[in-house]
Design a protein around this ligand. Structure first.
Ligand code: 3PG
Length: 307
């Protein structure tokens, strides 16, 4: 059995070595396709593989059609908006993610970006984040870690997440749950985004929400650039010169943001949230173990599509 690791943004070597080790012990072979630049390279690489590990790499209907032997694809990470679930499901190819495995890395980046923005990008006198309010938009694995870190740094933390089943988690964490997205933005001097990119959330954060933030309001986006209404947010930042936006990864309109907003804007050229050795090892090895578990024992824990 062949496992393709298709990573335009490669894992740290220690992680690919670990993946190879798991595969070899299970009698499987690993093929690496790293830093590829064309769709054709990916289409050729998937042709004869049984399993596939990806990061933010796009598994489109075309890729699925080219992968004639594919039985399972694992997104080594949390957000799976890069997987075309309908075409995978149609072919009865299992899709999985590895929730929680890279959360700490992303949470640390969110806090780092928050401090970098508060300190005027290290370009002059800034402010401190202690004593400020922090809003967590979606209290999942990453959101919770950011909330707890914010509390440890002396912030007053609010959260909004209608999908949290056990509401006692907020009290346990010392975080105040608010009743609406609007209320969250109204209360938050710092707003950390952790919503997935779905049909409902894409373009959902824009002018109105940004305008409702307190003075100096800073949005930190380590979720997906697609959840932002870029034109709406730019309008708000033009009307209010106190608003700031830090994003992993840079918006489509990055030139406009950089030119108009200078130090009030920060965008990473590549998504850096999960770019740590630890996150690569955790997510990469989990993906390999999930593939072996499925192909050898039919273990479908973490399966995203049902058929
Ligand atoms: C995720 O959804 O797990 C993160 O956004 C990490 O994405 P990456 O693997 O492309 O760095």
């Amino acid at each position: 059995m062949k496992i393709l690791v298709a990573t335009e943004k490669p894992f740290a070597k220690v992680a690919t070595d670990g993946i190879k080790d798991i595969a070899t012990k299970a009698g499987m072979e690993v093929v690496l396709l790293e830093k590829y630049t064309t769709k054709e390279e990916l289409l050729a690489a998937v042709a004869d593989v049984d399993a596939m590990i990806v990061r933010s790499d796009k598994v489109t209907p075309e890729v699925v059609a080219a992968a004639k032997n594919l039985k399972i694809v694992v997104r080594a990470g949390a957000g799976y908006d890069n997987l075309d679930l309908p075409s995978l499901t149609e072919r009865k190819i299992v899709a999985m993610n590895t929730p929680g495995q890279n959360s700490n890395a992303v949470a640390e980046l969110a806090i780092g970006m928050m401090i970098f923005m508060a300190r005027a990008q290290f370009g002059g006198a800034g402010t401190e984040i202690a004593g400020k309010t922090l809003g967590i938009h979606a209290y999942g694995n990453v959101g919770r870690l950011v909330g707890l870190a914010g509390k440890a740094l002396g912030m007053k933390v609010y959260a909004f997440d209608p999908f949290v089943a056990d509401k006692s988690i907020f009290e346990k964490d010392g975080v105040t749950e608010v009743g609406s997205v609007k209320e969250l933005y109204e209360k938050s001097q710092y707003l950390s985004l952790h919503i997935p990119a779905t049909a409902e959330t894409k373009g959902s954060i824009g002018y109105e929400l940004a305008m409702s933030m307190p003075k100096g309001g800073t949005i930190v986006n380590t979720a997906r650039k697609e959840v932002i209404d870029e034109a709406g947010l730019a309008k708000a930042m033009t009307e209010r010169e106190d608003l700031k936006y830090a994003t992993d990864v840079a918006p489509d309109a990055k030139e406009e943001y950089a030119e108009k907003f200078s130090k009030r804007y920060l965008g990473t050229p590549k998504k850096m949230g999960a770019e740590t050795a630890e996150a690569n090892i955790n997510a990469g090895l989990a993906a390999a173990n999930q593939i072996v578990g499925y192909l050898k024992e039919g273990n479908t824990k973490f399966q995203l599509n049902k058929f």
